[in-house]
Design a protein around this ligand. Structure first.
Ligand code: UD1
Ligand code: MG
Length: 433
């Protein structure tokens, strides 16, 4: 559909990422277990308009395509066989959209911090100004490496000059190209057949479409992004670590604003995809990745690892050295010490004794099985719950039990050997010696 509620996005992800020093393509490096490209696609897909995305792949194309097919099946990919520049990369998408008459958003697959809010504002700005092409820029105190924004005497955009092509005077410019553009596609598409590679890097630069549009008297606008962290691009492992910190700081700040206590921001990591509700307290050294919902008034940590697809009800305690994965836990339930709860459903008012392990995985069949504990179940310390099993309401297991069969409600299950006592055993041994 070509209307105001639909745009196309082209995401550039064919580059090598040499400085990552990695066998994996750059855009598959992860923050909170999600590839950089996934973060970009999520920001795009959450925009208030419908977006059809086209990902330009090249280096590691097979791997990137496997990821896209698995996680973003709505996205289409096109191959850029040789990496001849950002302009050449966009041109690879032309056969798919040559008759499309709406707006096209262009962005890079290695800028995971871009937010939906900024993209929405950017699109509104483009539409409100009836622009033919809008460039997102931002200001950096140290603009080294970025393309510089050259404006004319009326402060209108005239061109982008890459660092390697810039004069000493141009290098002083602090306004830079973020690599994010919106194009009135039919008006700007012809630019791609006119791009030249007579520049310092011998590449077909996408940036040259600005000068082209100015020369064609198209309406060219600049949108200045307020928060320059959003366009922070990943080129090295150092950048990756730095982006993880920025993403985490943002999330912790948002949670605290919403009424969650974070005892120690420096040692707490929470994925943006996790929702935590008011008056929950997160103690130090907690690492939460993936999509989870943690409701109100819980105590999480210290030293808790939550690995995704978990739900924790109100007033729960998930304590130290506890790992949760794919666990649905209802209200007032406690998993306080040294336990692993994976592929499990726990009712309300359940108590899991210290050192309990849910044995959910068979390493020969590679199958994962689920365990269900109904309301009020109590598991004795140091137990193993071997899936698949179901424990009925208020069932009780004795410490050190290995539960391999279902337990009926209100019953006790005990699998340990009875304690025996050998009178004077120590004394006899000593006397013999
Ligand atoms: C580019 C911009 C620069 C801007 C900066 C913002 C150009 C010429 N320069 O520079 O003005 O300030 O981004 O981060 O556009 N890619 C391909 N195919 C290619 C080349 C690149 O898909 O042939 C992809 C890369 O994977 C990457 C993106 O395009 O995701 C940007 O390429 P990169 O080489 O990082 O460009 P920069 O030098 O950073
Ligand atoms: Mg770059």
């Amino acid at each position: 559909m070509e209307n105001d509620n639909n745009i196309k996005a082209i995401i550039l992800a064919a580059g090598k990422g040499t400085r990552m020093k990695s066998a994996s393509p750059k855009v598959l490096h992860k923050i909170f277990e999600k590839p950089l490209l996934g973060w970009v696609l999520d920001s795009v897909n959450n925009m208030k308009v419908d977006v059809d995305s086209i990902v330009v792949v090249g280096h590691g194309a097979d791997e990137v395509n496997i990821f896209l097919d698995k996680e973003y099946e709505k996205s289409v990919s096109v191959l850029q066989k040789e990496q001849l520049g950002t302009g050449h990369a966009v041109a690879q998408a032309i056969p798919l959209i040559k008759d499309y008459s709406g707006n096209v958003l262009i962005l890079c697959g290695d800028t995971p911090l871009i937010t939906t809010k900024t993209l929405d504002e950017f699109l509104d700005f483009h539409n409100d100004n009836s622009s033919d092409i809008t460039l997102m820029t931002t200001i950096f105190d140290n603009p080294t490496g970025y393309g510089r924004i050259v404006r004319d005497s009326n402060n209108n955009l005239s061109e982008i000059v890459e660092q390697k092509d810039a004069t000493e005077v141009q290098k002083q410019i602090k306004e830079v190209n973020t690599g994010i553009y919106l194009l009135n596609w039919q008006k700007v598409m012809p630019a791609f057949s006119e791009l030249k590679n007579n520049n310092a890097q011998g590449e077909y630069y996408l940036t040259d479409i600005i000068k082209w549009s100015v020369n064609k008297n198209l309406k060219v606008s600049g949108y200045i992004a307020k928060d320059n962290k959003e366009i922070f691009g990943i080129n090295s492992r150092q950048n990756l670590s730095c982006a993880t910190k920025i993403m985490n700081d943002r999330k912790l700040d948002e949670l605290m604003t919403q009424g969650v206590t974070i005892v120690d921001c420096a040692s707490t990591f929470i994925s943006p995809d996790t929702v935590i509700m008011q008056d929950t307290i997160i103690y130090p050294n907690t690492y939460i990745e993936g999509k989870n919902l943690i409701k109100s008034n819980c105590k999480i940590g210290p030293m808790t690892h939550i690995r995704g697809n978990c739900e924790v009800g109100d007033f729960c305690k998930i304590g130290n050295f506890v790992e949760l994965k794919n666990a649905k836990i209802k209200n007032n339930t406690n998993v306080c010490h040294l336990s692993y709860v994976g592929d499990a459903e726990l009712g309300s008012n359940v108590n899991i004794g210290a050192g309990t392990i849910f044995a959910n995985y068979n390493s020969i069949t590679k199958e994962k099985k689920k365990s269900t504990l109904k309301d009020g179940v109590s598991i004795g310390s140091n137990s193993v719950i071997v899936a698949p099993v179901e424990l009925g309401e208020n069932a009780f297991t004795a410490a050190l039990s290995c539960i391999t069969k279902d337990v009926e409600k209100d019953s006790l299950a005990i699998t340990r050997c009875p304690q025996k006592e050998i009178k004077n055993w120590v004394k006899t041994k000593k006397e013999k010696n």
